[in-house]
Design a protein around this ligand. Structure first.
Ligand code: IPM
Ligand code: MG
Length: 360
């Protein structure tokens, strides 16, 4: 099969890690008889530099015409002082909205060979960690009405959280379905003791829960969820939550695993077109130094094979190759402290090692 993939390398370490992932896909192509046609498009800071805007129309057009989108990361200090609508992050929010990618799947998994990297005590983690955060991605306060105005005490600014019933329903269905394929436990995270939008969220989840009697569903207040994630993360299987709470809790959950450089994500909509990217950011402090861990992006490419193209064997091969290099003790600097060799690999060396496993 031939697949058209739009590639957004982005800023910071984005180009380095994406190159390793596309080279992995090429090896998969050779081995299993597929061809991947990559089209590079601009988004984020590099797009601002080249075109003046973070998300050029051309980028949206090419993404829409592709079978899938692979993204590195966007943003960096160079663009931090630009006005909100011109920041690199606006490009990311814009592409999610333009492609209708309302469901963000963020697994937080503790890889067995990296067990010592986990920041929690072994007795807290016990059998490891395997949580899936389902984050609503195109609604809520990140997309609500905002502005500045003159208030009683001078200039003030506001952002609004708003969710409609259909928006809550569609993300809830994704979460219930995901839970069904896992341990059948869903925690819906909200702040219904304070926020009206959360009360509608909760009512909607309760109504839909009746259609999924096989899934054990409960409500957790977001402040409690943040606490429970470090106290006893093993109680969670799937978490479903709003855009902002999901943004925050997914960083927390991924860092608990101690290997944020390892975690992929998928952003999905109604159709097959999705966007696959590492959970971590553009890490401008280490950009261009060959220190970045390409594994999250490589596994994201694997998720693309699995979800977008239904290539399960090929996706399994990527996961197995990654696990195998980790078992051999190969490490990039971010995970080097844990059971690895003394001299950490560069970004490219790690990519090469994974490709060598795939060819073996
Ligand atoms: C993320 C990031 C983005 C978000 C930023 C860069 C806009 O933090 O993907 O989690 O808030 O969604
Ligand atoms: Mg975030």
């Amino acid at each position: 099969m031939n697949y058209k993939i739009a590639v957004i390398k982005g800023d910071g370490i984005g180009p380095e890690i994406v190159d390793e992932a596309t080279k992995v896909l090429e090896v998969i192509g050779e081995k299993y008889g597929h061809s991947f046609a990559f089209t590079n498009v601009l988004m984020g800071g590099c797009a601002i530099d080249a075109t003046g805007v973070p998300l050029p129309d051309e980028t949206v057009k090419i993404c829409k015409e592709s079978d899938s989108v692979l993204l590195g990361a966007v943003g960096g200090p160079k663009w931090d002082t630009l006005p909100g609508h011109l920041r690199p992050e606006k490009g990311l929010l814009g592409i999610r909205a333009a492609l209708g990618l309302y469901a963000n799947l963020r697994p937080a998994v503790l890889y067995a060979p990296l067990k010592d990297a986990c920041l929690l005590k072994p007795e807290t983690v016990q059998d490891g960690l395997d949580i899936l955060i389902v984050r609503e991605l195109t609604g809520g306060i990140y997309f609500g009405e905002r502005g500045r105005r003159d208030g009683k005490n001078g200039p003030e600014a506001y952002d609004t959280e708003c969710y409609s019933v259909p928006e809550i329903e569609r993300i809830a269905h994704v979460a219930f379905e995901a839970a069904r394929k896992r341990k059948k436990k869903l925690a819906s995270v909200d702040k219904a003791n304070v926020l009206e939008s959360s009360r509608l969220w909760r009512e909607t989840i309760h109504r839909l829960a009746k259609d999924y009697p096989d899934v054990e569903c409960r409500d957790v207040l977001v402040d409690n969820a943040a606490m429970q994630l470090v106290r006893d993360p093993g109680q969670f299987d799937v978490l479903v939550t709003s855009n902002m709470f999901g943004d925050i809790l997914s960083d927390e959950a991924s860092m608990i695993t101690g290997s944020i450089g390892m975690l992929p994500s998928a952003s999905l909509g109604k159709g097959k077109l999705g966007l696959y990217e590492p959970t971590h950011g553009s890490a401008p402090d280490i950009a261009g130094q060959g220190k970045a861990n390409p594994i999250a992006t490589i596994i994201s490419a694997g998720m693309m094979l699995r979800y977008a193209f239904d290539l399960q064997t090929e996706a399994d091969a990527i996961d197995a190759a990654v696990l195998s290099v980790l078992k051999k003790g190969l490490r990039t600097p971010d995970i080097a402290g844990v059971g690895g060799q003394n001299k950490p690999l560069t970004t490219t060396e790690m990519g090469d090692a994974i490709r060598a496993e795939l060819r073996a």
